[in-house]
Write a protein that binds this ligand. Structure first.
Ligand code: ADP
Ligand code: MG
Length: 706
């Protein structure tokens, strides 16, 4: 029975989280206050306080079914990692006790040698450390019938101090945006103690029947189908988007929501997406590092709950060719501890200097660092999606809507901010509603769109973590804010208004080439973008180079986000990951083509031959259909076999290259083409082979399951 059948959501929301109310209950008043201060101000957690907090966590979590604890971290594989230790210990008298100390809480030691480090450490210095990120609350992971584990969200670094995870630079970027944001706000006379990056991640996914999933090596090993002819019906009728949700999927969603609510995740919106069997879930936005942790938990919980319901959840960016892929829209805004959204235009945006400057800082940041943004959304999987059906193209531009554009044009043409306002008031245009109204069809094609009070980065792939895109958005915005503050800090107070006006104007003029409000899918845009000098990488292998481009390295160093060693190691890991994933795809394609498809079509060819022989005994003329078919089948079988061999050769050739960049290029340019060719033959064969002979479920079976 579901909890929601007997309890209100608010009665169990967050029951698996060491949240504020749990802290109040399990900690003394003084300890609670001290811990809050550490969390809010980012001060270090002293040993004595850590001991008290650890004790409370142990009490609370063991009362709630936890027997183990783990430092939960996000290595550079892009997933999460955990190693469980039980609370059990033996006291001096030899009796079993439950123990969880402050040092267990603060710091963990993990063998780092099996995690990607991009050459940062050799195996002989395998030690790695994990340290609690107190701003993200601890939680209990509890399988349906198993014991719970107390999870402590942590950052992960090597013995020598380099970050080996996705969280550390993200946390540093939160600091950078806070520091630079406060600087600018101080100049503008706005009081705040913190500037916080907020993120809301919309998660798209596919659900398929586990029985079909288990019969497909490609789904199992690569997350996507490497073969499959288009079914008679795809998504052309648009009858899936927002359609009423089937019972089987509704049941899954209900279970999923419950699990997420227990973890304190505000699962909010759910609906069917454009492709058959595709759905979406969005939580309410929150502080970026927490949103990132929660998104990891959302993905993990989706997979777990699907499995319990006889389903498989596909998080790959392009599980089915010819059908929409899945993204993860990363909604981004900046707020203060006082609750002000710095990207909210308000009723009078032309007079809202705070809004104008922060708004332009993001736009300018995209213009200056679009290569980094592109990189942050890169993966082999996302390469198949970007530019495809309904997916944003790989060229980066910003949509701001017609009204915002007019406003900025007006200011840049020399109207002062104040007179621009008057003009708009006279026109009777209310800017509160306008940007929302613009969030219509057209801007769905934009990879980076202003949607009223936040920017929505839509290029991110469904399986990616939110940490890298957020790191980049924080970094680029912090830099632009920093430059603005540099300019304005020198200006005497009496001239400030004029200087801001000038700054808005120059920033807009310098960076407006990145703004594009039209159709991003159109061919004209590709040409126009080129004219504007926007040269976005079209694939991941090229995009990864942004990590070590001098201007970007300068950015990371200036804001203390990544060291040179860390940047180089990250680029190496991205490439390595690309090569490994591409190789798994090639291996899987070979396995399926050689051991499943080829035997099946040879059987079909043989059956036809037998029929021709047998029927020929009656009258050779009668086997005319079979004869035509066997010719057709034989040509395709030959093509299939040739491309199996070609794929093997291309793959071996790619691996023979001397470094991972060269390998990646060969996989991208050669192996991929042969795989496509191989698929063409296989898919043609699928369409002329009897259904019962085809060795695995087809697109029709998988996408339209019962
Ligand atoms: P849209 O339909 O324009 O995508 P939604 O209101 O449905 O907008 O929001 C989508 C996601 O954006 C949700 O996860 C939501 O919580 C998040 N979001 C809304 N406002 C903000 C904001 N100010 N900052 C960051 N994320 C936000
Ligand atoms: Mg959206």
């Amino acid at each position: 029975m579901r909890i929601t059948e007997s309890k209100k959501i608010t009665d169990f929301f967050g029951c698996h989280v060491f949240n504020d109310s749990v802290m109040k209950k399990y900690l003394s008043e003084d300890t609670y206050r001290e811990l809050k201060e550490v969390i809010d101000s980012g001060k270090p957690l002293e040993k004595e306080l850590a001991n008290k907090v650890a004790e409370a966590m142990k009490e609370w979590s063991s009362e709630n079914g936890a027997t183990h604890y783990t430092h939960w971290f996000q290595p550079l594989t892009g997933t999460t990692a955990e190693k469980h230790d039980s609370f059990i210990s033996i006291d001096k008298q030899g009796n079993p006790i439950l123990e969880f100390t402050g040092s267990n809480l603060r710091k963990g030691e993990a063998d780092a040698s099996s995690f990607p480090s991009g050459g940062i450490r050799a195996t002989f210095e395998a030690r790695g450390y994990t340290a609690w990120d107190c701003s993200s609350p601890a939680f209990i992971k509890k399988p349906k019938d198993g014991a719970g584990v107390l999870c402590i969200p942590t950052a992960f670094c090597s013995y020598t101090g380099e970050a080996l995870d996705k969280k550390t630079p993200l946390l540093k970027s939160m600091e950078a945006i806070n520091k630079e944001g406060l600087r600018l706000l101080r100049i503008l006379g706005v009081e705040a103690k913190r500037v916080i990056a907020n993120v809301g991640g919309e998660q798209e996914y596919f659900l398929v029947d586990k029985k079909d999933f288990d019969k497909r090596y490609d789904l199992e090993f690569t997350g996507r189908t490497l073969f499959g002819a288009m079914p008679p019906k795809g998504q052309e009728k648009n009858d899936q988007y927002y359609a009423s949700i089937r019972d089987r999927v509704s049941d899954f969603m209900a279970d999923l929501n419950e699990e997420l609510w227990k973890l304190g995740i505000t699962a909010k919106t759910q609906h069917n997406e454009v492709a058959p069997a595709q759905h979406e879930l969005a939580p309410i936005f929150c502080q970026a590092n927490i949103a990132t942790d929660q998104n990891q938990l959302i993905m993990e919980t989706m997979k777990k709950v699907a499995d319990q319901r006889g389903l498989a959840c596909l998080l790959h960016e392009k599980p089915f060719a010819g059908i929409n892929g899945s993204g993860k829209h990363c909604n981004y805004s900046l707020g203060t501890d006082t609750g002000l959204n710095l990207l909210k235009p308000g009723s009078n945006p032309s007079e809202n200097k705070v809004f104008l400057l922060f708004f332009l800082a993001v736009i300018a940041g995209v213009d200056e660092y679009y290569d980094l943004l592109r990189m942050s959304a890169s993966s082999l999987g996302n390469d198949y999606r970007l530019g495809g059906n309904e997916a944003p193209p790989s060229i980066i531009s910003v949509f701001i809507g017609g009204d915002m554009q007019t406003l900025l044009d007006d200011i840049s043409e020399g109207h002062t901010i104040a007179s621009a306002t008057k003009q708009y008031i006279n026109m009777g245009v209310s800017y509160v509603a306008q940007p929302k109204k613009d969030t219509s069809d057209r801007n769905r094609t934009s990879p980076f769109a202003f949607t009223g009070n936040k920017f929505e980065f839509r290029m991110v792939g469904s399986s990616a973590t939110l940490s890298t895109p957020t790191l980049i958005m924080n970094a680029m915005t912090a830099e632009m804010i920093s430059r603005m503050a540099d300019t304005l800090e020198k200006v005497p107070k009496k001239d400030l208004d004029k200087a801001i006006n000038e700054l808005v104007k120059t920033t807009y003029n310098e960076h407006k080439r990145i703004i594009f409000n039209g159709n991003n899918y159109s061919r004209e845009w590709v040409k126009e973008a080129k004219k504007r000098g926007l040269d976005t990488a079209t694939n991941s292998v090229d995009a990864y180079e942004a990590m070590v481009r001098p201007k970007n390295m300068e950015l990371f160093l200036k804001h203390n986000l990544l060291s040179v060693k860390e940047m180089e190691s990250r680029r190496a890991i991205y490439l390595d990951n690309y090569v490994k994933s591409a190789n798994i795809e090639a291996e899987t394609a070979l396995l399926m083509a050689r051991n499943q498809i080829l035997p099946a079509v040879l059987r079909w060819q043989y059956t036809l031959a037998k029929q021709i022989n047998e029927i020929g005994k009656v009258d050779p003329e009668l086997a005319v259909v079979q004869r035509a078919m066997i010719r057709n089948v034989s040509v395709l079988v030959k093509g299939l076999k040739d491309n199996i061999d070609a794929l093997q050769t291309a793959k071996d050739g790619a691996f023979a290259a001397t470094d991972s960049k060269k390998q990646a290029i060969l996989f991208r340019d050669r192996v991929k083409l042969v795989m496509e060719k191989l698929r063409e033959y296989a898919d043609k064969l699928e369409s002329i082979t009897p259904q019962e002979m085809w060795p695995f479920p087809t697109y029709a079976d998988i996408l339209f399951y019962e």
